[in-house]
Structure formats: structure tokens, C-alpha cells
Design a protein around this ligand. Structure first.
Ligand SMILES: *Cc1c(COP(=O)(O)O)cnc(C)c1O
Length: 428
């Protein structure tokens, strides 16, 4: 088999940056060669050179059971033998709609699509169609996929001035997007169609919602008749059986899902109260569609994955995450490096700061320190794979055993030493 380097050289000629999603590149962690995965099993991935990594990327949270779970593999295999796409409805679509709506209080109807990006883009369109308004509010540092209107404010310094975060987006596409700081409840007016928020912000490192933030958004949206959208593409069926809305006891009008609900295959979903979702075509005037939407193989994988999750799964995940957070905190404290490891259930962050950031501006202080890069490379070299970016979170899966967690902490102890050395050498 080709080496990582051979593959990466060729990939860079054929694919921009050699990767099919920029977060996979190693540019923000020193620019090394990404490991090309040959296979994964449980908590581990194996690269094309036979090197093994304990994997905390887990497809950015999509693989909550770990890789190649045998029940999921069986469901995919069986579904594939029956045909992988038809352009006609299939029973799995009904089954997964029932599974998902059955777990989340207030979620009455859903529509399946093929990615989280499609889910958030479509939810906005529905919210605008339902309210007859244009303006949307998003929070700085929250990621909602890469549709034009939502690619503003993952870096904007001027809160109310919407600037696109990417070339190729017309100013007009973000003209109705208002970007505000996370964890501050804005005062809305009746020009607002929707407020979209990650109920736990997991794309600016990990920032938990402050007490009263989500409820405050609920109250403001109620006051002005705006649609509250929880983007649960990460939190959905990771925080609890009922996702973040049930976990925090705040019910939005609409939800978006992705990642976990596909059991590792491409899927997305948006949903909400029936009154809102009945605005969607063919019942209502808001158009939304997809050739592969509700794909029989993806839904089979999703159903298999969701069916394996129960309250005990979440208890187990939370226990592992807590142990990992405490272990990481200790190894850094042992070498005198300030870190804060916030966690919400099985989502963990890592900040090279002595406090937990409340918003993106604060998170960037850690992001800009360069210390994550040192930690990342030191962990990777020793066989533990974290995401190659300081704004991603750590995703333990159900396949991570207590031994895996203990081993991670051992490895982190050495890596923390490397961070301490780096700080000393660079005179931080
Ligand atoms: C990953 C993510 C998305 C986008 O999902 P894709 O499947 O990558 O398009 C949207 N919102 C949140 C919160 C995400 O983490």
C-alpha cells in the first residue's frame, strides 16, 4: 500500500489541499502529513502504514459507537443488498422519523436530507417561509455548515456587521445574518425570522451555555414571534436520549440533526412543530428536496446506531469523559501548565487558559496561543489522535474503554511535558 506521504502528495495534486473537508488538513497544527486511514475498529483507527491511533475524532462525533460497530455494519450490509437508492419512499424513513421524534419532546415532524449543512440551510428557509421575515440571528463561533447565509461570524469581530467568512459569498447573502456573541441574550424585534444556536457550542472548542442563556433565547423568540432553532448536529443524541433540548429542558421550535443519526453514513434532518413543518413542500410553499434524501442504507445505519443508545450508554459516556477531563487537568497541573478542560456529558474541550471561555472571543485567546498544536503533535506521535484544530472538541465513543482512557492520560502526561518545554523554550 502507498505511504501516507505518497498518498498526500498525490492527493494534493488532485484535491485542494489533499483533503475533502478543510478541518482534516494539518495546516493549523504545524502542517504535517495527515494519516490516511485504512480502517477503523471501535476506538481505534489504523493508517495505511499500519500505525494504530486511539481515535478521539470519531468523524467529528458521528461515530458515537466507535468504528465499524458490528450491528451497524450488519444493518448497512443487509440494506445494501436490497438496493441503495430508489427515488421512492422506503420503510426505513418512517422508522427513523419515528425513532427521532419519539425521543425529543416537542419534535413532531422531520424531513431527512444528506448532511448537516443541508439541514440548517433548509431549517432557515422554513423559518423564513413560516414567519415571512428575512433576518436571522446566529452566534459568533457557532458553526452551522457551509451554506452562504450561515458562513458569517465564525470570526467576525464586529458583532452586528455581517461579513462573509469565505470568498465567493455575495454580501447580499449575509446581509440578513446578524452575528452576536454567544452566551448573551439579545433583545430581538419583530424583523427576526429565526435565532439559530448550538445549544452547546462545540465548534469553537467547547463552550457550554451559561445559566439562563437558552431559556432567555426561548423567551425572546416567544416575545417577538421568531423561530428558535437548536442546531443539534453534534449534540443530538450525544448529550442524552433526547438531545440537548431535553437535557437542558428548553424546547426550540425547530431542530437540526446530522452526525450521530447516520451511524457513520451521510445524513441530516430538520424538524419541528407540525405547524411549522407543514410549510414544507409538497404540503406547503417552502421548497426542499434531495435525490438521496432518506437513503435506505444511511437510514438503516442510523436506526441501528440509535437503537443501541439508551440511558446507560449516556451514563457510561459521561463517566469516561469526566475521568478523561480530570486526568488531563491533573497531568497539565503536574507540569505547571494552565489548562481548563470543560465538559458537557461526552463533549470535552481543552483550553490553554486558567478559565473556561464563555464565547468565541475568549476561546480565540487559547486558539491563538499555539499550544494546542504542540499538544496535538505530541499526542499523535505517541498514538492518540485528536482533531487537527484547536476549535474542535474531543469525542470519546462508547468503544473507548477505561483502559483506553487511562492510557490516554499516560500519553497526555508526556505530551503535557512537551507543552511545558515548549513554553519554557519560547519564553511564554
Ligand atoms: C458538523 C456540523 C454541521 C454541518 O454538518 P455537515 O454534515 O458537515 O454538513 C452543522 N452544525 C453543526 C453544529 C455541526 O457540528
Amino acid at each position: 500500500m502507498a505511504t501516507n506521504k505518497e498518498l498526500f502528495d498525490e492527493a494534493q495534486r488532485l484535491i485542494p489541499g489533499g483533503v475533502n473537508s478543510p478541518v482534516r488538513a494539518f495546516r493549523s497544527v504545524g502542517g504535517g502529513i495527515p494519516y490516511f486511514v485504512d480502517r477503523g475498529k471501535g476506538a481505534y483507527v489504523f493508517d495505511v502504514e499500519g500505525r494504530r491511533y486511539l481515535d478521539y475524532v470519531q468523524s467529528y462525533g458521528a461515530s458515537i459507537l466507535g468504528h465499524a460497530d458490528s450491528d451497524v455494519v450488519e444493518a448497512i450490509t443487509f440494506a445494501a443488498t436490497k438496493g441503495s437508492t430508489f427515488g421512492a419512499p422506503t420503510p426505513n424513513e418512517v422508522a427513523i422519523a419515528k425513532l427521532i421524534t419519539g425521543r425529543v419532546d416537542g419534535l413532531e415532524m422531520i424531513r431527512l436530507c444528506s448532511s448537516g449543512t443541508e439541514a440548517t440551510m433548509s431549517a432557515l428557509r422554513v423559518a423564513r417561509g413560516y414567519t415571512g421575515r428575512d433576518k436571522i440571528i446566529k452566534f459568533d463561533g457557532c458553526y452551522h455548515g457551509h451554506s452562504d447565509a450561515l458562513l458569517a461570524g465564525a470570526g467576525s469581530g464586529v458583532a452586528t456587521l455581517s461579513l462573509p467568512d469565505s470568498a465567493g459569498i455575495p454580501m447580499a447573502a449575509v446581509a440578513s445574518t446578524v452575528v452576536l456573541p454567544y452566551n448573551q441574550v439579545p433583545v430581538l424585534d419583530d424583523s427576526v425570522a429565526a435565532v439559530i444556536v448550538e445549544p452547546v457550542a462545540a465548534n469553537m472548542n467547547l463552550v457550554a451555555p451559561a445559566a439562563g442563556f437558552l431559556q432567555g433565547l426561548r423567551d425572546e423568540c416567544d416575545r417577538v414571534g421568531a423561530v428558535l432553532i437548536f442546531d443539534e448536529v453534534i449534540t443530538g443524541f450525544r448529550l442524552s436520549m433526547g438531545g440537548a433540548s431535553n437535557y437542558f429542558g428548553v424546547t426550540p421550535d425547530m431542530w437540526t440533526f446530522g452526525k450521530v443519526i447516520g451511524g457513520g453514513l451521510p445524513i441530516g434532518a430538520f424538524g419541528g412543530r407540525a405547524e411549522i413543518m407543514e410549510k414544507v413542500a409538497p404540503v406547503g410553499p417552502v421548497y426542499q428536496a434531495g435525490t438521496l434524501s432518506g437513503n435506505p442504507v444511511a437510514t438503516a445505519a442510523g436506526i441501528a446506531a440509535l437503537s443501541k443508545l439508551d440511558d446507560s450508554s449516556y451514563l457510561m459516556l459521561a463517566g469516561r469523559a469526566k475521568a478523561l477531563a480530570e486526568g488531563l487537568t491533573k497531568v497539565f497541573s503536574d507540569v505547571g501548565v494552565s489548562v481548563t478542560i470543560p465538559y458537557v456529558e461526552s463533549l470535552l474541550g481543552i483550553f490553554f487558559l486558567d478559565f473556561a471561555p464563555k464565547n468565541y472571543e475568549e476561546s480565540k485567546i487559547s486558539g491563538n496561543s499555539g499550544l494546542y498544536s504542540v499538544f496535538f503533535n505530541s499526542m499523535l506521535m505517541r498514538g492518540v489522535a485528536l482533531a487537527p484544530g484547536s476549535y474542535e472538541v474531543i469525542f470519546p465513543s462508547l468503544a473507548h474503554t477505561w483502559d483506553d482512557i487511562e492510557w490516554t492520560i499516560d500519553i497526555a502526561s508526556a505530551a503535557a511535558g512537551d507543552v511545558a518545554d515548549f513554553i519554557e523554550r519560547s519564553g511564554h
